[in-house]
Structure formats: structure tokens, C-alpha cells
Design a protein around this ligand. Structure first.
Ligand code: DX5
Ligand code: ZN
Length: 217
């Protein structure tokens, strides 16, 4: 019922060549791009923000862009990201005072709503908001850095979501690659973020194809 989408994370790409790297991933079969926005406060790392996303958007007018907002104040960046023509605004509920308000603002701004939870956040914290969301992101590493080890003990969250929301888009992010995709697919994830496993692959198209076939089988 839900369709499989592969969204590489460009976090560990050569960011001095952001457009070329993005195009390379799209040519390799990516369905969308997962753009990791970090503010140095919610996570101990910094990446880029709406000015960079906006420039990328002008060069990629038809690509689905998701911003994964690892920021302390999610409401602050809703309109700048809408102005950058982002398709989906995925934010963490942990620092957020008024989740329904942020969801509403995202929708009013014309974007899809993604709700993200860190590994330590139980699914019960997000349950009451799921009806306001287009997608739930279950983090499978502590947010902040690419190249970390996949946390298999997050799979019960995905399983619970899939059991209770058969048509919900469920995304996994962190340490996902050819060696961990089967368990994600089996748990019920259909939106697959993969960073280093795709970026550092010798043959990215082959990896993307493998990930897709693993979810679809
Ligand atoms: C981590 C980011 C992820 C990360 C994925 O904070 O949200 O999107 O870049 O990279 P890999 O697949 O290497 O874990
Ligand atoms: Zn991410």
C-alpha cells in the first residue's frame, strides 16, 4: 500500500559540490533528497540552512526535497524553508513546545509534515500527533553525524507504527545501508534515508537499486 522511496542524505557528500553531488544521486536513482539541517544546539554539529537549500532548489526545480530539521526551535525555520520551496519539513518533537502549532504552520506554508523522534524518545510521545503528520521519522542513530552504527533496537517503534498506521509513511535514518535494510523493511519502513552507504559506495546506482528491491520484496 505504501510506496518505497529512497532518499540519500548528502551530509557526508562533498558539500563544496552540493549540486553536482545531488545530481549524481538523482541520476543514481534517488527518489528524493534528505537534507540534514543542524543548528549546533539541538545537536552538537552544524551544517547548512535555508539559504543553501534555496540555492539548491533553483538548480533542482522538480526534485522532492525533505529537510530534516535538527534544530532547537523548529517553528522559526518554517517560513524560510517554505520560501526555499521545500516539499517536506521534518522536525524533532523533543525541543518543541507546541507540536500541533508547528504542524499547522508547515501545512499552511504548503509543505508536508514530518515528525522525528530521537532514539531515546518513546513512541508514546508522538502518538497523539500522528494524525497531523504525513510521515514519521524514526531515528536509528543519535542525530548529529553520519556514519554511525544502526540501532536495531529502534525497530519495535517502526513495527508499532506500521501495525497501527498501515498507510503512514515511515522513514528510517541513520546507519541504513545494504546490511541493515532488510530489518528496516521487515519492520515496515518505506522511506529509506541512506548517507554514507550510498555516498561512499563504488557503485551508488547499484546500492540504491538494492535498497529499493529489499523494501519491495
Ligand atoms: C544524522 C542524520 C542522517 C545521517 C545519515 O544526524 O540525520 O541523515 O546523515 O547518514 P548515515 O546513513 O551515514 O548514517
Ligand atoms: Zn537525517
Amino acid at each position: 500500500i505504501v510506496s518505497c522511496k529512497i532518499g540519500p542524505s548528502i551530509l557526508n557528500a562533498d558539500l563544496s559540490q552540493l549540486y553536482d553531488e545531488s545530481q549524481r544521486l538523482l541520476d543514481s536513482g534517488a527518489d528524493y533528497l534528505h537534507l540534514d539541517v543542524m543548528d549546533g544546539t539541538f545537536v552538537p554539529n552544524l551544517t547548512f540552512g535555508h539559504p543553501v537549500v534555496k540555492c539548491l532548489r533553483t538548480k533542482l526545480p522538480n526534485t522532492m526535497l525533505e529537510t530534516h530539521m535538527m534544530v532547537q526551535n523548529p517553528i522559526q525555520w518554517v517560513s524560510p524553508m517554505a520560501d526555499a520551496n521545500v516539499d517536506q519539513y521534518t522536525f524533532h518533537i523533543e525541543p518543541c513546545e507546541d507540536v500541533p502549532l508547528v504542524c499547522r504552520k508547515i501545512r499552511e506554508a504548503g509543505m508536508k509534515v514530518g515528525l522525528a523522534i530521537k532514539p531515546g524518545t518513546p513512541i508514546t510521545c508522538i502518538e497523539k500527533y500522528i494524525d497531523m503528520a504525513d510521515m514519521v521519522l524514526v531515528m536509528t542513530v543519535e542525530p548529529g553525524f553520519g556514519g554511525q552504527k544502526f540501532m536495531v533496537n529502534m525497530m519495535p517503534k517502526v513495527e508499532w507504527l506500521r501495525e497501527n498506521y498501515p498507510t503512514l509513511d515511515i522513514e528510517v535514518d541513520g546507519g541504513v545501508g545494504p546490511s541493515t535494510i532488510d530489518i528496516c523493511a521487515k519492520a515496515g519502513a518505506n522511506m529509506i534515508v541512506s548517507g554514507t552507504a550510498v555516498i561512499q559506495a563504488e557503485n551508488p546506482p547499484q546500492v540504491i537499486k538494492f535498497l529499493r528491491e529489499s523494501v519491495n520484496k
